[in-house]
Design a protein around this ligand. Structure first.
Ligand code: SF4
Length: 278
């Protein structure tokens, strides 16, 4: 049977928050019997773009992780709910607004923190994948429909077809160590979860400092070469997709006509090494 999935591209999200606004528009003040009671206007976000800044001036990039219920296949919330939360055959995980009444503990059952508590209605709430619209034949959720950059997409696919998509587009789970088998996956997740080593290479000739274009930079970890780059016309290099807190790395710089330069860094989070001078 086909299932619904979120497919979210971190590189495309620019934090316009259209997704959050249309989610409020859909659910604030509106009751959808069997699906949801109104989402409070303030204090709850069923979807949010969470920023991550990497690096130091002038080598900085910022990415946003659109965070929304991942409609997990192995959902801890479903297991903890005593029937108040169900995963439907089409993959959508729904909180029953009647059965979840008074069950504040459900908030803690989502390891991603994506279930909220509605004090006034005395009920746990979260993204419904706009199931009330999907069941009327909609092919998109409100957030995916409103995303101008198509950072948030939804697909409805057979498992085998989705597996092919996962491989082809290199989709990944956020926090796979939680083993929730999320139905929603991310593209370019490294922009949020990984870090980089960057810098600029320069040399001085005739008293003028110049960008060292074409400098070979080799990255080593535990004496093993793991990557190689050539600096661009600004003398810049950037090794990305490295693990945070992954310890010591060695970098070797080779520029025609100069002796090799060797540097060592201890990587905690994204690091701009600044200028390396020949
Ligand atoms: Fe449940 Fe959280 Fe998974 Fe959504 S992301 S299905 S709320 S465990």
């Amino acid at each position: 049977m086909k299932k619904w999935h979120f497919v979210i591209d971190i590189e495309k999200c620019l934090a316009c928050f259209n997704c959050l606004v249309v989610c409020k528009d859909e659910f604030d003040d509106n009751t959808f019997p069997g699906y949801s009671v109104p989402q409070p206007r303030f204090g709850q976000k069923w979807i949010d773009a969470v920023p991550k800044e990497r690096g130091q001036y002038p080598n900085i990039d910022v990415a946003y992780l659109p965070k929304v219920c991942m409609h997990c296949a192995n959902a801890p919330c479903v297991k903890a709910s005593g029937g108040a939360i169900q995963k439907r055959q089409d993959g959508i995980v729904l909180i029953d607004p009647v059965k979840a009444k008074g069950k504040k503990d459900l908030v803690k059952s989502c390891p991603y923190g994506l279930i909220s508590w509605n004090e006034e209605a005395n009920v746990a709430q979260k993204c419904t994948f706009c199931a009330h619209l999907i069941d009327q034949g909609w092919t998109k959720t409100r957030c995916s429909q409103a995303c101008p950059l198509e950072a948030i997409k939804v697909v409805y696919m057979e498992d085998a077809e989705f597996e092919e998509m996962v491989k082809a587009e290199k989709l990944e789970a956020y926090k796979p160590e939680l083993k929730t088998k999320p139905g929603g996956l991310y593209k370019n997740l490294y922009r949020y979860t990984k870090c980089f080593i960057s810098g600029s290479v320069a040399y001085t000739r005739d008293g003028i400092e110049r960008c060292a274009e074409g400098c070979k930079v080799i990255l080593f970890k535990d004496k093993q070469k793991i990557a190689e780059q050539t600096t661009d016309n600004f003398g810049d290099f950037k090794f990305d997709k490295l693990d945070e807190k992954s310890g010591k790395y060695q970098l070797e710089f080779y520029l025609d006509g100069y002796n090799k330069i060797v540097k060592e860094v201890d990587l905690a989070t994204s690091l701009n090494m600044g200028e390396i001078h020949f």
